[in-house]
Design a protein around this ligand. Structure first.
Ligand SMILES: [Zn+2]
Length: 441
């Protein structure tokens, strides 16, 4: 239905549409009509002249697809991009990242670095992020300003952390965060992020879970990222990490576990049985030498797996196109089987499966009537996108984030012809450069 003035809000006209709906083929010469925050109609251009609309986006020759969903990111860590590379995870974390966080992370740096993260995510086609860190109010403010859809989770850890110098206060701070932001906006969902089973005690994990259920909020955790974690957790508790979390009552369909690398067969079965969601972060896992998650096996067993970039200190960018390419190739080389994680499967992980990770599969992740209008348009008029036989393959194996031309989130254009609409990119880049100079001193 057209708006009050008898006009639709946005019509995306022309181009090849990948709806990402199971079983649907690409639509050539597509037309997507948007009213308010939602998709009103999906058809092809043969349905007559372009309807009356406030905005018409010509997508002729381009690809139209659902916005990408980054299921694991710490956008404030853009501030540490390239600061400490090529180090073992423990050295990287305890000798570099934690001390740098203690010195430099404050509400101001979180806010500006999160804005930078939003710039980078939007410009590379991410329309939804699952973002977690300390002093998470700054992420919420940046995400709201950017107009990006985000699950923002306040970090919980049993060490002194930015904004929480006394770990005794970590759950109080987390609870107050949920209280502040719950139901505050259509686009922002607050959540909690327990750093890991190693850095959070049994009591902390149980209390955090209890608080998250009180607010009906999602809970995130880094799970079995290193090969030491199962050994240490088993030494402490007699159980492998997944069974340990289950014994605490944490395993359920609102738990988002990032990495999930060092799992045995029984642990994968239990994750599937409990409906736990997985954020697969292949580039971070490769760069930190952490290992290779058994994604193909998890998918086969019915586990919902999305893609994540992780923070910029371990990746070092937030480009999900790169992550798709890496995820596909890593699975193939790990099993010496090129048929694993085909392009369409990987594209689903970055869209509809990612939506499933955060329980929003009925609202986003595909382009169909009634869903929220989170849509990206990818330029194909470039050497590396020519010729095009299979758009799914092209997006996964040839495209990069820089090919994204337009981004619509919740029916609002936030990036048009590679120009930011909601954010002042020069100001943000200048400010983060200035902060970086202080950190680098
Ligand atoms: Zn992480």
């Amino acid at each position: 239905m057209a708006g009050e003035k008898g006009k639709f809000d946005i019509v995306v006209e022309g181009g090849t549409l990948l709806t990402m709906v199971e079983g649907e083929q690409p639509v050539h010469g597509a037309r997507v009509i948007i009213s308010g925050d939602s998709i009103e109609e999906v058809s092809d251009c043969q349905r007559g002249p372009v309807p009356d609309s406030e905005e018409i986006i010509n997508a002729e020759g381009a690809l139209i697809m659902p916005g990408l969903i980054n299921t694991h990111v710490h956008s404030p860590m853009t501030i540490f991009r390239g600061m400490a590379d090529d180090l073992p995870l423990k050295t990287w974390l305890f000798d570099h990242i934690f001390p740098a966080e203690a010195r430099h992370i404050n509400p101001d740096t979180v806010y500006w670095a999160s804005l930078l993260g939003c710039l980078e995510m939007i410009a590379s086609g991410t329309t939804t992020s699952v973002d977690s860190y300390f002093i998470a109010d700054g992420i919420v403010k940046a995400a709201a300003q950017a107009g990006i859809r985000a699950l923002v989770a306040q970090g919980v850890i049993d060490f002194p952390a930015p904004g929480v110098p006394d770990p005794e206060e970590n759950l109080h701070v987390a609870s107050a965060f949920l209280e502040r932001w719950i139901n505050s906006s259509d686009l922002i969902t607050p959540g909690l992020f327990c750093h890991s089973p190693l850095t959070c005690s049994k009591e902390t994990l149980q209390k955090a879970y209890k608080i998250s259920t009180r607010f009906d909020a999602p809970l995130e955790i880094h799970l079995s990222e290193t090969k030491e974690e199962p050994v240490e957790i088993k030494g402490r508790t007699g159980l492998r990490p997944v069974f340990y979390l289950d014994s605490l009552g944490l395993l359920n369909s609102t738990l988002i576990a990032a990495h999930a690398i060092h799992l045995d067969e029984e642990e994968i079965d239990l994750l599937a049985k409990r409906g736990v969601k997985i954020a697969h972060c292949p580039e971070s896992n490769m760069k930190l030498g952490s290992g290779i998650a058994a994604v193909a096996k998890m998918l086969k067993k019915g586990v919902t797996v999305g893609l994540g970039t992780d923070g910029c200190a371990s990746n070092n960018d937030l480009d999900l196109f790169g992550e798709m390419d890496t995820a596909a190739k890593l699975a193939k080389v790990a099993a010496l089987d090129p048929t694993l994680l085909d392009a369409r499967t990987v594209l689903k992980m970055a869209t509809i499966e990612g939506a499933g990770v955060i329980g929003l599969e009925d609202e986003i992740g595909t382009i169909e009537t009634g869903k929220k209008a989170d849509i990206i348009i990818v330029d194909t008029h470039t050497p590396h996108m020519t010729p095009m036989y299979n758009p799914y393959s092209q997006l996964v194996y040839s495209a990069d984030g820089g090919d994204v031309r337009d981004v619509i989130i919740n029916g609002r254009i936030v990036y048009r012809d590679r120009q930011f609409i909601t954010l002042e990119s020069d100001e943000i880049i200048d400010e983060v450069r200035r902060i970086g100079q202080q950190i680098g001193k």
